[in-house]
Design a protein around this ligand. Structure first.
Ligand code: AKB
Length: 318
């Protein structure tokens, strides 16, 4: 069995990924890391957890050696909205941190580096409808710039050193776990506010269409690419998506469950970020090269989110 080290392990994706990895690969083969001292959720699951800042190259290398790590899943990242508030922090974590992880993977001859990218790697000059896998990438956020950097460096190390780099351009990922610092986060907070207060003030305009997927599809795409046969991959970074919708369409679907739900729109700086991103993605390369096939579409996603967040809030929806 391979041994995995995960950075940024308690973010929105990590909170779902780590328990899924424990089940799939065994507790003893997964080392979760992050900047916080302790993570109560991980204590509950008896996860091996170590405090690690990805900018600390000595700390990173010692953990790799101590646990005889084969594969790194590098999730530590400052997301789009937080990045625009503090571009210097985003540069240091997303670019310097990524470089440390990449170099450790090369120097210690690890088997694979999986480092997710994002739809944020695209920008306003990209064709924004049905965005192809390989197209113009001139993002206008520091987060997007850092994702283009990591995709290109990963691809460069793959050509130059045969480093097994793989990346997915995640769209907005939806789960009942609280997100932090992203632009697509509205599509999670809307459920919390609809269920708690029947009212949501949306920081995007009603017509901003963005690609999204439910967490279970995010995990499926991650495991599928991690475990894909290398000889089948002609790309290293892949678009993946399951659906696209606007805040207005999402609010209308939520109203089917909560008829007196109301939404108002007060677009802020995140509206501009969202409008610079693809509205929909062409994920045919992922489908062709490693069999990507999402399970959840829009209506089912809303049902799953209402159920999951009701449960979290202790609200009986029946
Ligand atoms: C964000 O909104 O910043 C992230 C992303 C799309 O990468 N969820």
């Amino acid at each position: 069995m391979k041994k995995y080290l995960v950075t940024g392990s308690y973010g929105q994706i990590g909170q779902a990924l780590i328990p899924a990895m424990l089940e799939r690969y065994g507790k003893e083969n997964v080392v979760a890391t992050g900047r916080k001292r302790k993570i109560p959720l991980f204590k509950e699951h008896d996860v091996i957890y170590h405090r690690l800042d990805v900018r600390d190259q000595f700390g990173l290398r010692s953990l790799i050696v101590e646990y005889d790590i084969d594969i790194i899943i590098h999730n530590a990242s400052v997301l789009s909205a937080t990045g625009e508030k503090n571009p210097q922090l985003a540069h240091s974590i997303n670019i310097e941190g990524f470089y440390n992880v990449l170099e450790a993977t090369r120097e210690l001859n690890l088997e694979q580096l999986f480092a997710p990218s994002s739809i944020a790697a695209f920008g306003p000059s990209t064709p924004l409808e049905n965005t192809p896998n390989n197209t113009i990438m001139r993002p206008t956020t520091i987060y997007g710039v850092s994702k283009v950097y990591s995709e290109l460096m990963g691809e460069y190390y793959n050509q130059k050193y045969e480093l097994n780099f793989r990346s997915l351009r995640y769209p907005g990922v939806l789960s009942p776990d609280e997100p932090g610092g992203g632009t697509t986060d509205y599509a999670i907070w809307i459920f919390y506010e609809a269920l708690k207060r029947k009212m949501y003030k949306c920081f995007l305009g009603p017509d901003v269409r963005l690609p999204m997927m439910l967490m279970s599809d995010c995990l499926k795409s991650t495991f599928d690419l991690l475990e894909a046969d290398d000889s089948k991959l002609t790309d290293r970074s892949f678009n993946v998506t399951a659906m696209s919708f606007t805040p207005e369409e999402l609010a209308a679907e939520i109203k089917k469950y909560i008829p007196d739900f109301n939404i108002v729109y007060e677009p802020d700086f995140r509206d501009k970020i969202a409008r610079s991103w693809p509205q929909s993605l062409d994920d045919n390369e992922a489908r062709k090269q490693w069999g990507w096939d999402p399970e959840f579409k829009f209506e089912k996603m809303v049902e799953v989110m209402i159920e999951g967040i009701s449960q979290k809030l202790g609200i009986d929806q029946k």
